[in-house]
Design a protein around this ligand. Structure first.
Ligand code: SF4
Length: 335
């Protein structure tokens, strides 16, 4: 008699499980990467100012034992975060001056930004919103109606940007509802999603996301945030391919960061790797002067020299635009 043999399939945790299992403890991060105790006091101090959050898929791309790993540098809290140099402030882009409704930022002509989720899947140490008052900007359903009324009333708005936090950290139920509402506003043409989740937890780009995003009539632009070529592994490439299949245009914005990507060869490798994954380099931002991130700064002159040299290594379509965001300006300012 033939026996039925059942082979156990390895269980892949859902993206929500991967997020809930993210490392949120300085000691666990140092231990997992074999960093010894040298880095732990600084990690504990920085964690008090802005909590650690690093999910496993991102962690798995780091080199154990290397405190200079460029991905680790983006998430490892340091004592330097407690420094308060002049000019580094909690709200470097003065976003509080441009909020006509809760969770709505209207800075530029023709487009608005919605804080679709207060949560992120990773806490980047240089984040310009590391002090953002998310608790004051998490609208209820009634407050979302106020935002939607604002969008309906202003026919000059053609593009809505979902941001956060990370908008893909919101539930699919909430995002499906929101995108349906936007779909029904005739003068809107484009939906832009600024997200790091397809990079941090590629399984987030699942059939449900492809369903609500694929079915909107709005043109879809997904702006990813990758700072180093090592952030893009095969799972990220596959997630990007799924987004492209539903007609999304994929762009990338990076931040120029000391000890992460402040070399020409590193920036050239990043652009090449982005293009292999179907993503076009879009912006290279100089650091926004947010409190706690001064140690990542690369001075403007050095940034200009890096980018001038980068032109000798890349075709024009792989060159990101070097920009600074200046509060009160009508667009990003090229450097
Ligand atoms: S908003 Fe973006 S840069 Fe800031 S912590 Fe979240 S993922 Fe990182």
């Amino acid at each position: 008699m033939q026996e039925n043999i059942i082979i156990a399939q390895p269980h892949t945790p859902s993206w929500q499980q991967q997020l809930s299992q993210a490392i949120r403890d300085p000691a666990a991060l140092c231990q997992r990467l074999g960093l010894g105790d040298t880095w732990l006091p600084g990690a504990r101090n920085g964690h008090q100012l802005f909590e650690i959050c690093v999910p496993e898929p991102y962690l798995s791309r780091m080199t154990p034992g290397d405190p200079n790993d460029p991905l680790l540098r983006q998430v490892l809290p340091l004592n330097a975060e407690a420094q308060t140099p002049a000019g580094y402030v909690a709200d470097p882009l003065a976003e509080a001056d441009h909020q006509p409704a809760k969770g709505l930022i209207h800075k530029y002509a023709g487009r608005v930004l919605l804080i679709a989720s207060p949560a992120c899947a990773i806490n980047c140490r240089y984040c310009f919103r590391r002090h953002f008052p998310y608790s004051d900007n998490s609208p209820s359903r009634a407050q979302w109606q106020e935002t939607l009324d604002y969008l309906r009333a202003d026919t000059t708005i053609h593009e809505v940007i979902l941001s956060g936090g990370d908008p893909l950290a919101a539930s699919d139920r909430q995002l499906t509802w929101l995108v349906e509402q936007l779909d029904n506003i005739p003068h809107l043409k484009r939906l832009r999603i600024h997200t790091r989740l397809p990079v941090v937890i590629p399984d987030r780009v699942d059939d449900t996301v492809l369903g609500w995003l694929g079915s909107t009539r709005l043109q879809k632009v997904v702006v990813l945030h990758v700072n180093h070529a090592n952030e893009i592994d095969q799972a990220v490439v596959d997630a990007c391919a799924r987004l492209k299949q539903i007609g999304a245009t994929l762009l990338n914005q990076s931040v120029l960061l000391r000890n992460v990507n402040d070399r020409v060869t590193t920036l050239a490798a990043l652009s090449e790797r982005l293009f292999e994954a179907g993503i076009l380099p879009y912006y290279l931002h100089v650091l926004d002067p947010v409190q706690g991130a001064a140690h990542f700064d690369v001075p403007d002159e050095e940034a200009r020299e890096l980018v001038a040299e980068l032109r000798n290594h890349l075709p024009g379509f792989l060159m990101p635009r070097l920009v600074r965001e200046i509060p009160g300006e009508g667009s990003k300012t090229p450097l």
